[in-house]
Design a binder for this molecule. Sequence first.
Ligand SMILES: Nc1nc2c(ncn2[C@@H]2O[C@H](COP(=O)(O)OP(=O)(O)OP(=O)(O)O)[C@@H](O)[C@H]2O)c(=O)[nH]1
Ligand SMILES: [Mg+2]
Length: 289
Amino acid sequence: MKSGFVSIIGRTNAGKSSLLNFLLDAKIAIVSHKLNATRRKISGIVMHEKDQIIFTDTPGLHESNKTLNKLMINETIKSMGDCDAIIFLASIHDNTDEYEKFLNLNPKKPHILVLTKVDEVSNGNTLEKITYYQKFQDKFVALVPFSVKKQTYKKPLLDEICKLLPEHEYFYDPQFLTPTNEKEIYKEFILESIYENLNDELPYSTDVIIDRVQEKDEIINIFSTIITDRDGHKSIIIGKNGETLKRIGISSRKTISKFTNKKIFLKLIVIVKKDWHKSEKIINKINNY
Ligand SMILES: Nc1nc2c(ncn2[C@@H]2O[C@H](COP(=O)(O)OP(=O)(O)OP(=O)(O)O)[C@@H](O)[C@H]2O)c(=O)[nH]1
Ligand SMILES: [Mg+2]
C-alpha cells in the first residue's frame, strides 16, 4: 500500500486545475480560459488500485511584480518542496522554455512531464514535440502525453505516479474527495463564477470571503462577501438592477449544489476595500478565512 503527495506545477493556463478535476472525476478546482485563475492551492484525493495519491493544484508559474501574484508564485514554489513527487504540466503548444524555467527552479523531488491538450494537434505534432523534450530525458522520470478533453492516458499517468510514492498507510480515508476545507472550495466556485461573468481585469481586483456556513438537513446556507477595490468595480459587479450579481449567484449555486448534492441558499454582498490586492496582510487574511 502506498500513499503520498504530488504537486501539479506548470505555467498559468497549462491545464493544471482541469487535470486535477479529471483525475478526481469531480470538480473541485476553478477552471478558466483566463490567466491565473488559481490563486491558492487546493488538494484532491485519488485512489488508484491499492494506492492513494493526494494531488495539489497550484497557482500557475509566471512573472509578475504585483503583490497578489508574487504570493501566488511563492505558494507554488513552496508546494514543489512539500511533496513526494511533482507533475510538471506543459501544454502541447508550449515550447520547452517553460520546462527549462521549471528546471532552473531546481526541483528537489522527482517529476513526471505531462504534455497536455494533445487533442488540439495531430499525432505527428505530438510526436515531434516529444522528441524536443527527449534531450531532457535524464531530468524527468517519465513523459506522458495527455488530454483532459479526450479523457485519454489516465491509467498510464496514475501508474507512473504510483511508482514514485512511498510505502505508507493511507493519509486520508479513501472515501474522502479532498482534505481541503469545504469553505475553501465554495470560495473557489464563487470566484470561478466571477471569472465567467465579469470581463477583462475585473476578476483580478476581486476575491471572495466565506463568512458563514450553516448546514441543515437538505440545505446549506452560505453567507459570502465579494471584495473589490473600487466603487466603480462594485457597481459593475452588482450590475443594472442587480442583474450581474444575480448571475454570479445562480452559477455559483449550481456548482456548489452539484458538489455537495444539497440545495444551496447563497447570500452574496459586495464590499470595497481599496487596493486590497496590494496588501500582503489582507491577502493572507482572505486566504485563511
Ligand atoms: N483542448 C483542451 N483544453 C484544455 C485541456 N485541459 C485544459 N484545457 C483548457 O485550458 C484552459 C486553462 O485550464 P485550467 O485548468 O484553468 O489551467 P490552469 O493551469 O489551472 O491555469 P491557472 O490556474 O490560471 O494557472 C481552460 O480553458 C481549459 O478548458 C485539454 O486537455 N484540452
Ligand atoms: Mg488553475
